[in-house]
Design a protein. Structure first.
Length: 246
């Protein structure tokens, strides 16, 4: 980590909502909130990596009690400053280990956030941590990409995800360790900047095993929040595991 806020400190938090605007449209947000509100029912929801509240705030607006865990104080400060931000409780800490009082009907990780945990051990710890927060029969939801290894020809380790006049984004992969990094190059007013954030990509079957180790079993897996079928051509998935044991 580069400081106490990890890789999402003030410089990133200041422009995070703008840079992820495409994920904040009603078409992107409402289907996720529909699913999560349905899983929460009359219970509470726990968001791991709550960030600036893209999902937590509209979910709280549906009448669901939402609590978030967030490592970055800079991101959490922006959540609190938004309309309705006072309704979302926030615990500052590592979501693989930080504990929150009480039990929850649903825990969730969206927008590839599970990959912010850069070791398999940390990802396993995250599943166990969520399971410890869930009531019996509660659910854990993860939205995450499928690693784009099919786009890598022999000898190449980079996959671009944005190529524009002033910005270049590309992911790099280490297929031996499942390490990857998202790299961002920007040119503004004739000056260039570079930022890289490490991740660990993870396969659906690997997540299922992590869930099993934590006393959960797979209940649903879709391509996206609309419930579209998950296939071998899907580039992401939304998976729901149910807690079946303490």
């Amino acid at each position: 980590m580069i400081d106490d806020d990890g890789y999402f400190g003030e410089s990133v938090a200041a422009t995070y909502d703008e840079s992820s605007a495409g994920m904040s449209t009603p078409d992107a947000v409402e289907p996720a909130v529909d699913v999560l509100a349905g899983l929460a029912g009359e219970g509470r929801a726990l968001e791991l990596g709550v960030g600036t509240g893209r999902i937590a705030l509209p979910l709280a607006g549906r009448g669901v009690e939402v609590h978030g865990i967030e490592l970055s104080r800079a991101m959490a400060d922006r959540l609190r400053a938004k309309p309705g931000g006072e309704a979302v409780g926030v615990t500052i800490g590592d979501f693989a280990t930080a504990r929150v009082p009480g039990t929850f009907s649903v825990g969730y990780l969206v927008y590839n956030t599970i990959m912010n945990l850069t070791t398999q051990d940390a990802q396993v710890d995250c599943f166990r941590n969520v399971a410890a927060h869930l009531a019996h029969g509660g659910t854990f939801v993860v939205e995450v990409m499928i690693p784009q290894l099919r786009k890598l020809p022999p000898g190449q380790n980079a996959v671009p995800f944005h190529v524009g006049e002033n910005r270049l984004g590309f992911d790099t992969y280490d297929v031996a360790t499942q390490a990857m990094a998202s790299n961002h190059v920007r040119v503004e007013d004739g000056r260039g900047s570079f930022r890289t954030i490490p991740f660990r990509y993870v396969w659906p079957a690997e997540l299922d095993l992590m869930a099993r180790l934590a006393g959960m079993r797979l209940r649903d897996r879709w391509e996206d929040w609309s419930g579209a079928p998950f296939t071998n051509e899907s580039e992401s998935h939304v998976s729901v595991w149910e807690k079946v044991a303490d």
